[in-house]
Design a protein around this ligand. Sequence first.
Ligand SMILES: [Zn+2]
Length: 72
Amino acid sequence: MRILLLLAIGLLLFIIFRNLYRQIKNERQIEQTEKMVRCEQCGLHLLEQEAIQKNQHYFCTTEHLEAYQHQK
Ligand SMILES: [Zn+2]
């Protein structure tokens, strides 16, 4: 019975570590895919996914998008 218990603990640890490893790997992949862009209006750096994109230009807010368009 003791061997079975050890095997069960070993299996549990294996599953936990495997899940931890996958989480770390996934987080690294997310970091790599995150791209920084610059707001054309104020020069603020922000993540591409958070930025507002318009005609290959990026903006931090819709206000800055509109302000940039009014300048032209
Ligand atoms: Zn801005």
